[in-house]
Design a protein around this ligand. Sequence first.
Ligand SMILES: [Zn+2]
Length: 500
Amino acid sequence: MCIYCGSGLEPGKGESRRDFLKTTMLVGAAAAASGFIASAAHAQEAPAGTGAEGRRVLIRGGHVLSMDPAVGDFEKADVLVNGRLIEAVGPNLDASGAEIIEAAGLVVMPGFIDTHHHQFETALRSFLADGILVNDGVPANAINYYEYILQKFSMVYRPEDVYINELFGSLAQLDAGVTTVMDVSQIHHSPEHSDAVVQALKDAGRRSVFGYFEGWGDKAKYPDDARRLKSTHFSSDDQLLTMVMGGEIYIPGYENSWKIGRELAIPVALHVVGTFGMRPTFDQLAEAGMFGPDNIFIHMTGMSDMAWKKAADAGSHVSLAVPIEMQMRHGMPPIQKALDLGMQPSLSSDVECTMTADPFTQMRSAMTLQRAFVNERALAGEKDLPALLTSRDVIRFATLEGAKGLKLDRKTGSLTPGKEADIVLLDAGAINVTPLNHVPGAVVTLMERSNVDTVMVAGKVRKWKGKLLDADIARLRGELEASRDYLFQAAGVPRDLFRA
Ligand SMILES: [Zn+2]
C-alpha cells in the first residue's frame, strides 16, 4: 500500500478493517505533520491590507523563536501584529477581530538582516564565481573583482541599470527571508544614479539602509551630495529606509566623507581589507581615536591587534561576509578575533557575482568555519578553548546583531512587542527538514530558501505561502536581462556561459 495516499489495498482484502483504519490514521497524521498534505492554512488567501494602521493579524500556533531572551521561545505560540507593530507574543493570545494566519508546523522568527550587499551587481550574478579580489599575476586569476567588476562593469552603469539591478536583488533577497539590508551601492556616478538606488529600495518595500558609497566620473557628486540625499529622502525616521555614509579609506579625501557622515549623524561604513593594503591607514585612524560606535567595519581581515582593540573599545560594529572572504582572498574571516574581544558580528552576503545572497549560506559558513578552527585546536590537545558557535549564535548574528550594527534594533531584529513586525515563517514540515527536533538547529543546518514560506515587513505580508506578492517577476527578469546585455556589451566583456 502506498504510505502517502493509502491506495492499493481494499479494506478486508488481506488486511482487517481495523488494521486498515489504524494504518490510514497513522498515514494521515504523519503526512499532515510533515507538510505533505496541503493544510487549510495553505489554501488560505493572502490577507489583504496587512501593515495598515489598526489592521490586526494573529500568526497562530507556530514554533516561535523570538531571539529576545525577555520574550523567550515557545514550542507553540502566537504572534499578534497590529498595523506595523508586534503587539504580543505568547500562547493562546486573545485576538478577537484579528485575521488569522495559521502557523502550525512553521517556525516563526524575526526576518534576517544582511549588513552588506552590493545589490547593483545583480545582473552580474555568478560572472565571477571562480574569481578573486585583485590581480595576483596568476593567469587563472586574470579575471578578478577589482579589474572587471569595479573597473569595467561598474563604470558603464546608467541610472536605469542601477534601478533594475537594485530592485531585482532586493526582491530576490526578500524572497529568501531577508527583511533588512544595508545596500552598499558604489555606483554614484551622478545624482541621478543615487536617486535610482533610493527609488529601487523604496519600490522593493523592504527595510533598507541606503549605503551612500562612492561613484566615478565627471558627474559624480560623492560625498557632498550626501546632504541633499539625506534631506530629500531620509528626513523622517519613521520609514523603511535609512541612510549610512560610505567612508572608504582607499579613496583620497575619505576624511571628508567621515566628516559629512558625522555631521549628518548617520553611521559611517567602510570596507577594511588587508588584501587592499588598508592596514596602515586603518592603524592611523585607530591611533588618532577616530573610531566610534557609529562605525561599521566590513570584513576586518588582516588588521592589527591594536586596531582591533580600538574598534572594540569604541563600540564599532563588524560585518563579516564569511563565504566571500574565504572565496575571494580577503583574508581569513576574523570571527574568533571579534568574539574574543567581546564583539558580536553581523553577517553579510557581499556580492552575488561570486556567491549567493541567501542567509542560510551565511549562517552555515560562519558556524562551520569557527567550529573547524576550534575543533582542530581541540584535536591538537589544546585546552581552554573558545566555545563552539551554536546555531542560535549564528541566527543571532543574522538577526539581532545586524539590527544593532545598523542602529535599527529599536525597530527590528527580534520578535519583541513594540518592534515593527519583520517576521518570517519557515516550513519545518518540508521534506528536507521534517521531523522537527530542534528549532535553531533546523533553521541553520537544514533549511534553505525553499523553506521560506511567508515573509512580513513592518506588518505587511510580502511573501505568502512560497510566492512573492506585488512583484511581476517575469517582467522584471526581462528588464534585468536587458540591463545585463547592455552592461556586457558596454564594458567590452564577452558573455561566455562556460568560461574556463
Ligand atoms: Zn563589499
